[in-house]
Design a protein around this ligand. Structure first.
Ligand code: FES
Length: 149
């Protein structure tokens, strides 16, 4: 355990007790809920994109779960702001574990990455919907091509 781990533990507790960006975003472009199947803890994430769709403008979450899962959602909600959807998809578990700053058992890593998984699934769903929309637009613009697709 590193010398700064007490500070990180305090920080985790603070995010757990006073979660940042907590609540629902009414105009969210994406909403997605995920749970840790091992315990049933949940996080629902709300993401609002900038008008050009290239960056995340606002993020909020609601959730119910252990201190690590809720604190990591709180910390991640701040990190996601101004990120591009593709950068979110490229995040890996170490990014969140580094945010927490403490050593975690494999079980606790699952708690820590719940919010990240929800964010990545949310973005994947959003991008799939967008691709679907674009395909429909192409078909609308090119009815003949649409017939043979
Ligand atoms: Fe359920 Fe941590 S114990 S996410």
């Amino acid at each position: 355990m590193g010398p700064g781990s007490d500070m990180y533990r305090q920080q985790i507790l603070d995010h757990y007790k006073n979660p940042r960006n907590y609540g629902e975003l009414e105009d969210a472009d994406v909403e997605h809920v995920g749970e840790n199947p091992m315990c049933g803890d949940t996080i629902k994430l709300f993401i609002e994109l900038a008008d050009d769709g290239e960056t995340i403008d606002r993020v909020s979450f609601i959730g119910d779960g252990c201190a690590i899962s809720q604190a990591s959602a709180s910390m991640l909600s701040g990190e996601l702001r101004d990120m591009s959807p593709s950068a979110v998809r490229e995040m890996d578990r170490n990014d969140v574990v580094d945010l927490l700053g403490v050593e975690l058992s494999p079980m606790r890593v699952k708690c820590a990455v719940l919010a990240e998984k929800v964010a990545q699934d949310a973005i994947a769903i959003h991008l799939a919907g967008k691709a679907d929309e674009e395909t429909r637009d192409v078909r609308k613009r090119c009815p003949a091509r649409g017939d043979i697709l």
